[in-house]
Write a protein that binds this ligand. Structure first.
Ligand SMILES: Cc1cc2nc3c(=O)[nH]c(=O)nc-3n(C[C@H](O)[C@H](O)[C@H](O)COP(=O)(O)O)c2cc1C
Length: 174
């Protein structure tokens, strides 16, 4: 096993820092939004987290210079589509810049006319409660207005730079 030296200085080794962050497994979601009169936007994120249960608040962060920033802010709401284990191709599709990321993707509109991705394990429909400065990212705080959950599905997991499947048969450890 190789043990890397860890620097305590503020000057980070960018690659090593990303690898360290990647050792924290996350789920994978596609955030979708649709501004009035404009085309829908969507992007893959793994920065999603629950913040508060009462009231129900969630967060995710967006690269400050992302093209989807203005449309999402203008929309005033967004949908967090939590991907299931067989939706890795969608995660890749929505993580690359494209003129129509939704091409060939099964969606249905919610009450805000935001495209929701079909066959996800869960969905959180949120109004934007606040945005916060997060360095080179913007933190979106969402107030959950509606959610759906398919208990029988399993989530897609992102860990150490790869999409992986959770092992359902592994028992608890520790
Ligand atoms: C697994 C994974 C997780 C990602 N998580 C985020 C994220 O949380 N925030 C973000 O801004 N970009 C994230 N990205 C990168 C965006 O999906 C990518 O930059 C996307 O093209 C942005 O969409 P846009 O260019 O239409 O704004 C992630 C990419 C992958 C593959």
């Amino acid at each position: 096993m190789t043990v890397q030296a860890v620097s305590a200085t503020p000057v980070l080794d960018g690659k090593l820092y990303r690898m360290a962050l990647g050792s924290f497994p996350t789920g994978v979601a596609i955030v979708t939004a649709k501004p009035p009169g404009g085309p829908a936007v969507g992007l893959t994120v793994n920065s999603f987290a629950s913040v508060s249960l009462d009231p129900p608040l969630v967060l995710w962060s967006l690269r400050r210079d992302a093209p989807s920033r203005e449309p999402i802010v203008e929309a005033g709401n967004f949908v967090v589509n939590i991907l299931s284990v067989d939706q890795g191709d969608l995660a890749r599709q929505f993580s690359q810049a494209a003129s129509d990321k939704f091409h060939g993707v099964g969606t249905f509109p919610n009450v805000w006319n935001v495209p929701c991705i079909e066959n996800c394990i869960a969905r959180f429909e949120c109004s934007i409660a606040a945005t916060h400065d997060g360095g080179d990212h913007i933190i979106f705080l969402g107030a959950v207005q509606h959610f759906e959950y398919v208990e029988s599905s399993r989530p897609l997991v992102f860990c150490q730079g790869r999409f992986i499947s959770p092992e359902p048969d592994n028992g608890p450890v520790g």
